[in-house]
Design a protein. Sequence first.
Length: 33
Amino acid sequence: MFKMWRCNEILLKNFFYKFDIENSLIYVLYAYS
């Protein structure tokens, strides 16, 4: 169960990594606007 959760956690991190890169640009724009 724990090992399965770790696998899902890694998959989620990889999935949201691109999402965070795209959103980081938005956060920068808000921070410096």
